[in-house]
Design a protein around this ligand. Structure first.
Ligand SMILES: C[S@@+](CC[C@H](N)C(=O)[O-])C[C@H]1O[C@@H](n2cnc3c(N)ncnc32)[C@H](O)[C@@H]1O
Length: 262
């Protein structure tokens, strides 16, 4: 077996704590829609688009980490003007290739700090992408940046997993999340910093490709506090896009914070 690391992906250990690093370069972007095919299925996309369209109230929407347009394109087909921010020109190039993708304005930059000179009635950050910000400060900065971009009473929606620490035995730091013939995946968790690194070993035709990506997991109550710091308050929290109740068993949540009117 030959092991190699993803060609253009930076080594996670070299990633500075503060400066955002583009982990979605050409190697990831060229395969993103195929590797994430399940997330592009109508049963995943349609409820999210329905939920977001309802909150936009016909106003404009800003997607942080717009990627290849999985949600932005169907949302814009609902008549909502969507703009995006993304760090990866390679992901945005894939969005541009799709029908309607050429009309969506995207700012290339870090969504914790990048500015778009407009106000929106809705901002959203889906598919665990808040955890791509690997420090608490960066996550707080993201909430503050969103608040600056929202019109009074505008809403910020985050879809993210609940940290699965109950599944981590005491004293352990590693948790497998996928063990199949084609994919070995495990998270390496540091409970002190809330940083985790997801390691993927992708096995194909006797070759192994290793991809590792850093994240910072974040608790629902911690997000509420970040929202409060940014001048927003929790309006709704659900287990998923279909508004199933959020309970102590929920493994992820869709939360909506509202900017205080002014
Ligand atoms: C998991 S993908 C999600 C893409 C899209 N929202 C979706 O649901 O398919 C994460 C996206 O966020 C972008 N991203 C990650 N960290 C970022 C940051 N700090 N600033 C801007 N974009 C970022 C990546 O380049 C990538 O396109």
């Amino acid at each position: 077996m030959h092991a190699r690391t993803a060609g253009d992906a930076p080594a996670w250990k070299d990633a500075p704590a503060w400066k955002p690093v583009n982990f979605f370069g050409e190697h990831v972007a060229s395969r993103y829609d195929v590797v994430s095919a399940e997330m592009f299925a109508p049963e995943q996309v349609d409820p999210a688009v329905q939920f977001l369209a309802g909150l936009a109230w016909g106003g404009d929407a800003l997607e942080l980490g717009i990627g290849t347009g999985r949600i932005a394109l169907p949302l814009s087909r609902r008549g909502i003007r969507v703009q995006g921010i993304d760090l990866s020109p390679e992901m945005v190039a894939r969005l541009r290739e799709k029908p309607g993708g050429e009309h969506i304005e995207v700012t290339i930059g870090d969504f914790a700090t990048a500015k778009v000179p407009r106000r929106f009635s809705l901002a959203y950050l889906v598919y665990n992408t808040i955890t791509n910000l690997t420090t608490q400060d960066a996550q707080v900065a993201c909430f503050c940046n969103v608040a600056e971009h929202l019109a009074p009473d505008g809403c910020f929606v985050v879809e993210v997993g609940v940290p699965q620490l109950q599944r981590l035995p005491p004293g352990e730091t590693v948790r497998p999340f996928s063990v199949t013939a084609a994919h070995l995946g495990f998270d390496e968790i540091d409970v002190a910093t809330q940083r985790l690194t997801s390691h993927h070993y992708l096995i194909d035709d006797g070759k192994v490709e290793v991809v590792s990506m850093p994240f910072r997991y974040v608790w629902p109550a911690e997000l509420d506090l970040m929202a409060r710091i940014a001048g927003m308050t929790l309006r709704e929290r659900w287990a998923d896009w279909t508004r199933e109740p959020f309970t102590s068993e929920s493994e992820s949540h869709v939360s909506v914070w509202q900017k205080r009117g002014g």
